[in-house]
Design a binder for this molecule. Sequence first.
Ligand code: FES
Length: 106
Amino acid sequence: NSITFIQPSGTPATVSVEPGTSLMRAAVTNGVDGIVGECGGQAMCATCHVYVRPEFAAALPEPSDDEEEMLDCTTAERTELSRLGCQIKACAELDGIVVDVPAEQV
Ligand code: FES
């Protein structure tokens, strides 16, 4: 499954990962800037904050209560497109997903 991360500068990076890999893990293992993943994917740090492009919103699972709570703690402003990258897993429905990386994570 492919995932495209767009940096605040507009530079895109497309990575390819196995289904089930989180967006956070995909970014960290491929050296994509701007995704930290400090808590290792436990929905406890909000340093994997991404803005999911609206065309993919319908295919996303609803955020869990833990994710909801952490989304209020993001460094960059939370918007209706905000999600935690560690809580979104690559899958066929989300193949080709495009997300914007916030300017700040910590
Ligand atoms: Fe910590 Fe996602 S990696 S909240």
